[in-house]
Ligand binder design. Structure first.
Ligand code: SF4
Ligand code: FES
Length: 236
């Protein structure tokens, strides 16, 4: 007999273990609640809001909500679908997510979610000003124009790498990820390509150089019409 307590997601019974969040229990049960800033190797951050669910009319992040016996969680509702789509569209418009040029194509949470929800940026990228990228390090690149400000690298650097190499600076729409080094550049930091901070970045913002996957298309400038299924070894 199953002795695990359970709760409901969209009417489906989901068993959980004490201490699990709604997102952890849902993922363990094979339910796909999209998420960007949750990583099982880290404490929940709750920054991206993509994992939004509703409980008794309140919108909450599934990654920070502890599962409780009898909880009735809504995930697949028209309103939440609309909010997720708006959030994804916003994120896609805030960065240069030209996946066909990105080393992480095929291994990117934002790309996965965009495909799953058929989300596309609506605004043109041409007039946008992005914070500077950092290509100063021989092994690692920081592509701030792809950073979704999730905070994973901050926690991973501190807790898993023991280095504390990243922080956020700025306010409002000017927030950006900064590097803790004398010059503020990666080349003067202790980062290595093997750092967990690099490995766990959910998009192509912190990437290893000399990555075996290099896809680039000099003629490709937009998101629309991207060949999502392009083989990752393709290179021009
Ligand atoms: S560099 Fe990656 S892990 Fe760090 S905040 Fe940006 S998207 Fe998140
Ligand atoms: S995964 Fe829950 S807020 Fe980001």
């Amino acid at each position: 007999m199953d002795t695990h307590p359970s709760f409901l997601i969209d009417g489906r019974e989901v068993a959980f273990q004490a201490g699990q969040t709604v997102l952890q229990a849902a993922l363990a049960a094979g339910l796909n609640i999209p998420h960007l800033c949750f990583n099982p190797e880290l404490e929940p951050i709750g920054s991206c809001r993509l994992c939004l669910v509703e409980v008794a009319g309140c919108k909450l992040s599934a990654c920070t909500l502890l599962a409780e016996e009898g909880l009735a969680v809504q995930h697949d509702t028209p309103r939440l679908r609309q909010l997720r789509m708006a959030l994804l569209t916003f994120l896609l418009e805030q960065g240069k997510h030209t996946c066909i040029r990105c080393e992480r194509t095929g291994d990117c949470r934002l790309q996965d979610a965009a495909i799953a929800f058929d989300a596309q940026p609506e605004a043109s990228l041409t007039s946008q000003v992005f914070p500077p990228n950092d290509d100063s390090h021989p092994e690692v690149s920081l592509n701030r124009d792809r950073c979704i400000l999730c905070g994973i690298c901050i926690q991973a650097s501190r807790k898993l790498d023991g280095k504390n190499l990243f922080t956020f600076a700025g306010k409002g729409g000017d927030v950006m990820l900064t590097v803790e080094s004398p010059s503020g550049l990666l080349k003067d930091s202790t980062i290595s390509a093997d750092d967990h901070a690099v490995r766990l970045c959910p998009v192509g913002a912190l990437t290893r150089k000399h990555h075996p996957v290099q896809a680039s298309f000099s003629s490709f400038d937009g998101f629309e019409g991207m060949d999502w299924g392009m083989p990752t070894e393709f290179s021009v």
